[in-house]
Ligand binder design. Structure first.
Ligand code: ATP
Length: 237
């Protein structure tokens, strides 16, 4: 579903992402772990086509982000780390706007808005302007807008920040459901317990370089993800 090959992204001369390669298969939830400033957001923004990159290739469902960005973007959704949505729109106007962009039929959008807004308990707030939403409510709206066009691949940057425990639980359920239906998810998180339980695969990035990736149980072994992460962080080799 997603193939990143030798991705390098520089800010001036600083390599924020350095020769990073990984592959995410259909049906997998893939967690992306790393310290502050490790290069997670830069990688995710390169994948979704927000940031141009210096070297390497990114393929979404075998289509190149470099040469066929539109085809890639059509089948992908992105939930950024900060839900900066159009504040002057109401929640329902925003969802309809996103559904229009992705040409979602009236029947499909109504069914999906009902399903996800009811589930995340946002239905009664959809008539309110987004400017009146709390951070968590904006995050829920961003989640619904990602699922509204039934993307194959969902990229999420710290999706659990700001969500209450019930909403976090429901989001994990939605993520699993999406991947059980053949989709894939690549998401960054600092919540290692969640990553350990939820992810089929995990990659750890340090100073722009991938230090370990693979099946969650293989990465963790007999330790916890926290132990593995801290060990790698302390390893200066
Ligand atoms: N627009 C920018 N201009 C210059 N340097 C940047 C820019 N954005 C990020 N960086 C630098 O690139 C590196 C990687 O940043 P990035 O935001 O990708 O890290 P991150 O792993 O997402 O961190 P966090 O966990 O804190 O969100 C950091 O050293 C950061 O200072």
């Amino acid at each position: 579903m997603l193939r990143i090959e030798h991705l390098t992204k520089k800010y001036d001369q600083y390599k924020a992402v350095d020769d990073l390669s990984l592959e995410i298969e259909d049906g997998h939830i893939y967690g992306f772990i790393g310290h502050n400033g490790a290069g997670k957001t830069t990688t995710l923004k390169s994948v979704v086509g927000i940031l141009p990159f210096d070297e390497g290739e990114i393929f979404i469902d075998n289509q190149s982000m470099k040469t066929n960005a539109m085809a890639c973007k059509k089948i992908m959704a992105y939930i950024p780390d900060n839900p900066d949505l159009y504040e002057y729109l109401t929640g329902i106007q925003y969802l309809n706007f996103i559904a229009d962009v992705y040409q979602v039929s009236k029947t499909d959008r109504e069914a999906r808005i009902k399903k996800y807004a009811d589930m995340l308990e946002l239905t009664s707030d959809l008539a309110q302007p987004i400017s009146a939403y709390s951070h968590g409510m904006k995050q829920k709206l961003a989640v619904i807008s990602a699922f509204i066009h039934n993307p194959k691949l969902i990229i999420m940057d710290e999706p659990f920040v700001g969500l209450d425990p019930k909403a976090s639980h429901l989001l994990k359920q939605l993520m699993r459901e999406h991947c059980d239906q053949g989709g894939a998810i690549f998401f960054s998180t600092h919540v290692l317990e969640v990553a350990e339980k939820l992810c089929d695969r995990i990659a750890i990035i340090k100073q722009g370089k991938l230090v370990i990736s693979g099946r969650t149980q293989d990465v963790i072994g007999n330790d916890s993800l926290e132990d593995v992460f801290l060990e790698l962080e302390n390893d200066n080799a």
